[in-house]
Design a protein around this ligand. Sequence first.
Ligand code: AMP
Length: 146
Amino acid sequence: MSLHGSYDSENIFAKIIRGDAPCYKIYEDDDVLAFLDLFPQSYGHTLVLPKHVEARNLLDIEPEKLSQLITVVQRLAQVLTDELEPAGVQIAQFNGAPAGQTVFHLHFHVIPRFAGEDLAIHASKMADKAELEALQARLQQRIGAL
Ligand code: AMP
């Protein structure tokens, strides 16, 4: 998929937003949804996306909507680092397949980074569901105060 093109409303994140596919949701407001990545690059890897825009990538979104989105990215990065205490936190965002994008609904990755772990861009192993559920409950409790 190139950088430009039309939005496909059957992409997996559009389905999750509509409630047609499941996710391990950790945060939602009127404009933004955040859930755990199914193939996490690290413990706590979270995806943050806008709900009501048909944006394939960063170039497609209105600046005002982008501001709302990045504000939540920052808040969740704070929550994840407070709760999981990684040594670092990576914020990643890819535009177009050659840049590493695989799902064509704009999203930010918030990836806690722990000392000594790989900096791989994509993980190949699906997370353990029980671990995701436990992490979801832990983060939801902390995020409840947001
Ligand atoms: P990107 O390469 O930036 O497009 O990232 C897409 C991310 O979505 C990858 O990290 C995938 O592991 C993740 N992903 C794909 N399908 C799902 C899903 N159904 N639930 C949660 N994460 C997903």
